[in-house]
Design a binder for this molecule. Sequence first.
Ligand code: ADP
Length: 167
Amino acid sequence: MKQVVAIYPGSFDPPTNGHLDLIERGAKLFTELVVAVLRNSEKTALFTADERAEMLRECTRGLPNVRVESFEGLMVDFARGCKAQVVLRGVRAVSDYEYELQMAWMNRQLDSSLETVFMMPAGRYAYLSSKLVREIGSLGGKLDGLVPAQVEERLRHRLGVATPADK
Ligand code: ADP
């Protein structure tokens, strides 16, 4: 069978259960999956790229064909360096579609040998985003089921808010 290496690029600020759902699905489909944390947005991010990569490594420890890296610059250049043939992206609702399509077209323009593959998460993660998690977290809301426990702990620590149980 053909060996297919995929990269799954994103900000992951922070990683959510939606990202992990997609990583698990991707790990079943591809020979190797490289989760690629984007460094470009580092200045405005809540967590540094190293912290985001560390959280992803903790959460994907049980998946032997998944590796976590960080990168800056053009995604297609990083993909080439990984010898990846596929870019994995998630689509939740129709609202993701326009932006994702634009990115996929542009990436094809930059490197026509790279295929973008879209996958859907489980329905319960269809409205879950890192932005929403940061907002709920900063207001002290419950995040169980939305992010892994270690991510929730780091988030509360970073935001300086008590866990709902402490209130
Ligand atoms: P970006 O800043 O590139 O949008 P994200 O870290 O937010 O990065 O997301 C990376 C990828 O994961 C994107 O393709 C995004 O659509 C997808 N994604 C984000 N949240 C979810 C989710 N809940 N379910 C499925 N895919 C998701």
